[in-house]
Design a protein around this ligand. Structure first.
Ligand SMILES: Nc1nc2c(ncn2[C@@H]2O[C@H](COP(=O)(O)OP(=O)(O)OP(=O)(O)O)[C@@H](O)[C@H]2O)c(=O)[nH]1
Ligand SMILES: [Mg+2]
Length: 148
């Protein structure tokens, strides 16, 4: 599997998606530091919420084949900057999370728009609780070349 780097706001579902992808039991634990979970680099939401920390991840991305920008569909706020994806020198894929909680189609479309504005492409819709959308995401990630 490709080495992924997860980025997104606090509680958007990064660690839970890592757990799902690694076949682990889903159990809530706040991420306190940048950490390796199998083939994924899991990051704390503070890194996108806090401008001063954001820079740290541009270095970390060097170790990743692909960067994932995650946006919770129940969260109207977004901390990605327009065009931010260009900073990492890696493909940046968008992931709208928690589709099982979506109040309606508009919230899903809004989340997708935010990710596209940040430069993530393509955008997938997933739920780590139901597994919806994750096979399509995994297939796409498998099809990408490894970073050199
Ligand atoms: N309903 C639902 N809840 C989810 C889903 N994914 C994550 N959650 C819940 O959302 C909360 C936060 O999930 P985490 O995966 O820990 O979030 P995170 O992005 O790693 O957050 P930080 O480590 O704080 O940056 C937890 O209570 C999860 O159980 C999902 O697909 N559906
Ligand atoms: Mg986490």
């Amino acid at each position: 599997m490709k080495k992924l780097m997860m980025m997104g706001r606090i509680a958007c579902g990064k660690t839970t998606l890592c757990q799902y992808l690694m076949g682990q039991e889903l159990s809530y634990r706040k991420t306190q530091t940048v950490q390796l979970m199998g083939d994924a680099i899991d990051t704390p939401g503070e890194y996108v919420e806090n401008r001063a920390l954001m820079r740290g991840l541009t270095v970390t991305a060097v170790d990743a084949d692909v960067v994932l920008f995650l946006q919770d569909c129940t969260d109207p706020e977004c901390r990605f900057s327009p065009g931010q994806a260009a900073m990492y020198g890696r493909p940046v894929v968008g992931v709208v999370t928690k589709t099982d909680l979506a109040p309606g189609p508009k919230s899903l479309e809004d989340a997708k728009d935010l990710l596209e504005m940040a430069g993530a492409s393509p955008v997938f819709f997933i739920s780590s609780y139901t597994g919806e959308g994750i096979p399509a995401l995994v297939d796409y990630l498998d099809s990408l070349p490894e970073a050199t």
